[in-house]
Write a protein of this length. Structure first.
Length: 85
């Protein structure tokens, strides 16, 4: 078992809830998930925010979807691994 750094829900959070805004966002990086992200970055009138995409249970780490840039980097890395030596 290893230690994980990240933010998690202290209490249950309903879907479509603003979790934190750009102004009060902690200085950290959110986990990424290709299969089951529970948060998304949304545009508000006064800046950006992180909101819940679905219900989040207490103790569950906040995670956002992988960006298309990250997916492209992974594909390039996989293609590069098959090269000749």
């Amino acid at each position: 078992m290893s230690n994980l750094d990240g933010l998690y829900a202290a209490d249950d959070i309903e879907a479509n809830t603003i979790i934190f805004t750009e102004k009060d966002m902690p200085d950290c990086e959110l986990h990424r998930s290709a299969t089951n992200p529970n948060c998304e970055v949304v545009q508000l009138d006064d800046g950006m925010a992180v909101a819940s995409r679905r219900a989040i249970s207490a103790g569950e780490f906040f995670c956002i979807a992988e960006s298309s840039d990250e997916e492209e980097e992974e594909e390039e890395d996989e293609e590069g691994e098959g090269g000749s030596a």
